[in-house]
Ligand binder design. Structure first.
Ligand code: NI
Length: 304
């Protein structure tokens, strides 16, 4: 018994400690169990507060988030209010987003339509009279080839002998070769027979080189007679823009005159017989390309 006494005391103390622990734990359970709604409300309010704070940070409604307190009833009301307020900006945001998307779609469509219209209508035809010139026409062909641009050349028959290679090149590189009479005469001063001879002689020279007649004729001085009935169909081609390039050696003046006057579907008149005109022509190509123009040969404008 004496040996077991310390063990007995230890067991008693352990039992007392356990009882105290159990006793102390009981009132806490009772207290919490007595106000379950408040506890849930507080914990719920905390969650809501977090939610609202998050939402207010999203919607930038800081005032409502700061106003929240620990009072469960107030929390619930304010939460409802906050959610109600939150709903409005979110709806507005959605509406705005939809409107924005619609606006984007509309802008893109407008741009697309605009670009399509550009592709279809912003065309222009460069025409060159009085060549071929052994130096300047070659320089022009080089410049046009670099830029991938086609033009129309109204050649003078008497300038062809010795420059056959230039005619070959014009044909091979996709340019249209037109007729500017044999020795640059005013057709209206001639008889029908003489006028026909002027264009037929030039056309025969071109056909010998390219295999094709010249269907398009630019009458020198713009003088055309409608009663002309030659051995092949001839379509007279005048012009819309005439910078009078042969009156000046100033390249800038020629460029400016053309750019000030040009409109979609215009035919521009220049002469590849002058170096300044050739230099101006290439600058005009670059400027009009920047403006969205594409270059076509006159048949593409006239036959539509
Ligand atoms: Ni001429």
């Amino acid at each position: 018994m004496k040996k077991n006494f310390p063990m007995f005391v230890f067991s008693c103390m352990t039992a007392v400690v356990l009882l105290i622990c159990i006793y102390r734990s009981l009132p806490q359970e009772d207290a919490a169990g007595g106000t379950p709604e408040i506890a849930d409300a507080v914990s719920g309010a905390e969650n809501v507060q977090t939610d609202v704070a998050w939402e207010t940070s999203v919607t930038a409604d800081v005032t409502l988030g700061m106003a929240l307190t620990a009072d469960a009833a107030a929390e619930a009301e304010k939460t409802d209010a906050a959610l109600a307020v939150d709903a409005t900006p979110e709806t507005k945001e959605t509406e705005t987003e939809t409107a924005w998307e619609t606006e984007i779609a509309r802008t893109t469509k407008a741009e697309w339509e605009n670009e399509t219209e550009w592709d279809e209508t912003r065309r222009v035809a460069l025409t060159f009279d009085d060549g071929p010139h052994p130096v300047y026409t070659v320089k022009l062909l080089d410049g046009l080839a670099e830029r991938g641009v086609q033009a129309t050349f109204f050649v003078i028959g008497e300038n062809i002998p010795g420059n056959e290679e230039i005619i070959v090149r014009m044909n091979q590189e996709g340019h249209l070769i037109g007729n500017h009479t044999y020795d640059h005469v005013k057709i209206t001063d001639l008889s029908v027979e003489e006028a026909c001879e002027q264009v037929e002689k030039t056309s025969a020279l071109v056909k010998e080189i390219t295999g094709k007649d010249t269907e398009y004729v630019r009458p020198p001085f713009g003088s055309w007679r409608k009663d002309l009935e030659c051995s092949f169909e001839m379509i007279p081609v005048l012009w819309d823009v005439d910078p009078l390039d042969w009156t000046t050696c100033n390249v800038s003046d020629v460029v400016r005159r053309v750019l000030e006057a040009v409109e979609p579907d215009d035919i521009i008149l220049l002469h590849d017989y002058y170096e300044s005109s050739v230099d101006a022509a290439l600058l005009i190509v670059d400027a009009l390309t920047e403006q969205g123009y594409t270059f076509v040969t006159v048949d593409e404008l006239i036959l539509e």
